[in-house]
Write a protein that binds this ligand. Structure first.
Ligand code: AR6
Length: 170
């Protein structure tokens, strides 16, 4: 049970229980939304990520948000797009599910995602949007808790792709 919305904006200013970070398998920061989240959270976030010794693609790890308005950050390495025949779709869906599960285990009821894998990692936007929207809405249907999930699109093209994916569902 719950709601799913698409909004456009900067996830580093989201005042929610948890934001998700499009990380890499080192969990030690990078560019894109990962760089923005680390800059906004401050150096304590990097220090909190070191002890994980990385994270496999499709899983997730949780840290506090430190200087962010968000209470928690959930770090998930999405798949690098390698043409679509290397398990990319299953791994991308796993990122969304793993992150949602970890969030509710930590009592989160408001969770914001960026568009995982569609930047540096090159996942085709329309395909990624369909997987994300399907995975999130299926998960919301299956759980007992009421959770508000949002996809925070950084640009209008990304917002449009996720809104279209929402339409495709019905
Ligand atoms: N708020 C919301 N979305 C954002 C923000 C922001 N502040 N900044 C960028 N985006 P990317 P990936 C969007 O490249 O493809 C890093 O180096 C961006 O426009 O951040 O999963 C990591 O360390 C795009 O739509 O993540 C990894 O090495 C989306 O976030 C690698 O990039 C994802 O783009 C991960 O690549």
């Amino acid at each position: 049970m719950g709601t799913f919305d698409v909004i456009q904006g900067d996830i580093t200013i989201s005042r929610v229980d948890a934001i998700v970070n499009a990380a890499n398998t080192t969990l030690l920061g990078g560019g894109g939304v990962d760089g923005a989240i680390h800059r906004a959270a401050g150096p304590d976030l990097f220090a909190a990520c070191v002890p994980f010794n990385g994270c496999p693609t499709g899983e997730a790890r949780i840290t506090p948000g430190f200087e962010l308005p968000a209470k928690w950050v959930i770090h998930t390495p999405g798949p690098v797009w390698r043409g679509g025949q290397h398990g990319e779709a299953a791994l991308l869906a796993a990122c969304y599910r793993y992150s949602l599960q970890l969030a509710v285990e930590h009592g989160c009821r408001t969770i914001d995602f960026p568009s995982l894998s569609t930047g540096v990692y090159g996942y085709p936007l329309d395909q990624a949007a369909n997987i994300a929207v399907r995975t999130i809405t299926d998960w919301l249907t299956a759980v007992d808790v009421t959770v508000r999930v949002r996809l925070v699109a950084f640009d209008s093209q990304t917002a449009a792709a996720y809104r279209e994916a929402q339409q495709n569902l019905t």
